[in-house]
Design a protein around this ligand. Structure first.
Ligand SMILES: Cc1ncc(COP(=O)(O)O)c(C=O)c1O
Length: 400
């Protein structure tokens, strides 16, 4: 990867930024487009928000839908994946005795969302433990299928997991859940711009994705996708001008001429739509910079860095390469005081990377994006070696 790509980003030069996974990073030209939209809005707010907004929102929706394999009427902008998934979780008609089936790899804010839904409805969350290391699709599929009962109403899964950076093979479990009339709700916070998506083919009832992570659009750009047959189940979290009394009737039109699904969720009171409007610019940036090749190089560097650490520690990866996210990898590190290591990595070494304890494992979650270079991986390995003694581990494993 060339320094040229790093210069296209706004990241501080004194920080080795290895945490694209948490909040993304927006390239300079894309950020300029974002600011241009904000300026245009401020120069004539009534024209921008009052007269033209519905039309202006349409192009990003069509462009994004084509990118992620969705019909343009089946996807709507939200400000983050959490919001999209909350709309679903709070809309589904659950009651006491119902089960929400999920795994032990889910994102904590969404675990809280379902916990709150359960408190309100009396439904229960059932967590299955995905076997590790994940090396065969059947390990995942069998675990999920074994968790399904006649009480299961919802299957909630990440596509790429947050703590373990695993890529779950979803197709078979979604198909089986649909066969059993279980609603499938997928957390795709990490997938847009990271892996190829064909949402219609995947067939989940509901799928939320972030454009502000790997697609590199500005913060506050995300989407909720819903199959046409289940869109009518949804109620927005905020009721605003897009809502109509008739919206649940067959063939109803939304308040602004789109489907009720789009109009009800898209209009949430006054807010800044600039991040959403910038999505076509983010996709253009990727095309102009041959991001497929960049992403391939990033993925190779992530893989190589994992292997270099594994060689030293002898600690096995959490899954084989087919089940690991391409540009984000959970690197197992020796037992340590994870919060202290995380703090020292940033304060002393100026390396931004999440380090945490997950279940009984200690993990450094490395993200590699186009602005990263191999020398930064060398710095990470050297710092980890200094702080947690990577090779000591191999030596003790060899003598054990
Ligand atoms: C798996 C997963 N789901 C959901 C989220 C939440 O994303 P956001 O805060 O953009 O809604 C994250 C954030 O990192 C995540 O990793």
């Amino acid at each position: 990867m060339s320094d040229n790509l790093a210069s296209q980003f706004l990241l501080r030069e004194d920080v080795t930024f290895l945490n694209h996974g948490s909040f993304g990073a927006c390239p300079r030209p894309v950020f300029e487009t974002y600011q241009a939209f904000q300026l245009e809005l401020e120069r004539e707010p009534v024209d921008f928000l009052g007269r033209r907004l519905t039309d202006t929102m349409r192009e990003p929706r069509h462009v994004l839908a084509a990118e992620v394999g969705s019909g343009p009427e089946d996807l709507v902008g939200v400000i983050n994946a959490t919001t999209g998934l909350n709309i679903v979780a709070h809309s589904l008609p659950l009651q006491a005795g119902d089960e929400i089936l999920t795994t032990d790899h889910e994102y904590s804010a969404l675990e809280k969302t379902w916990a709150q839904v359960c408190r309100r409805t009396g439904a229960e969350v059932k967590v299955v433990k995905v076997p590790l290391p994940l090396e065969e699709e059947s390990q995942f599929v069998d675990t999920i299928l074994a968790g399904m009962t006649e009480r299961t109403r919802v299957l909630f899964l990440s596509h790429i997991t947050s703590p373990t950076a695993l890529l779950f093979p979803l197709e078979a479990v979604i198909a089986e859940a649909r066969r059993r009339n279980i609603w499938t709700v997928i957390d795709g916070a990490h997938t847009p711009g990271h892996i190829d998506l064909d949402l219609d083919a995947l067939g989940a009832d509901f799928y939320a994705g972030n454009c502000h992570k790997w697609m590199m659009a500005p913060k506050g750009s995300a989407f909720l996708h819903a199959r046409p047959e289940v869109q009518g189940l949804l109620t927005p979290l905020v009721i605003s001008h897009g809502w109509t009394e008739q919206s649940k009737q067959p063939g109803a039109k939304g308040a602004f001429g789109n489907s009720p699904f789009i109009d009800e969720i898209e209009v949430q009171g006054t807010r800044d739509p600039a991040a959403w409007l910038t999505i076509p610019s983010a996709l253009a940036f990727r095309r102009e910079n041959d991001w497929r090749s960049v992403a391939r190089r990033c993925s190779e560097l992530a893989e190589e860095t994992l292997e270099r650490v594994v060689e030293r520690t002898g600690l096995a990866p959490l899954g084989s390469s087919a089940f690991r996210a391409p540009q984000m990898v959970a690197i197992p590190i020796p037992p340590c005081d994870a919060p202290a290591i995380h703090k020292t990595l940033f304060e002393k070494h100026r390396i931004e990377i999440p380090v945490f304890k997950w279940q009984d494992r200690h993990i450094a979650r490395l993200s590699v994006q186009g602005y990263n270079v191999r020398g930064q991986m060398d710095s990470l390995i050297a710092a980890l070696d200094e702080l947690v003694g990577l090779s000591d581990q191999a030596a003790s494993a060899a003598t054990a």
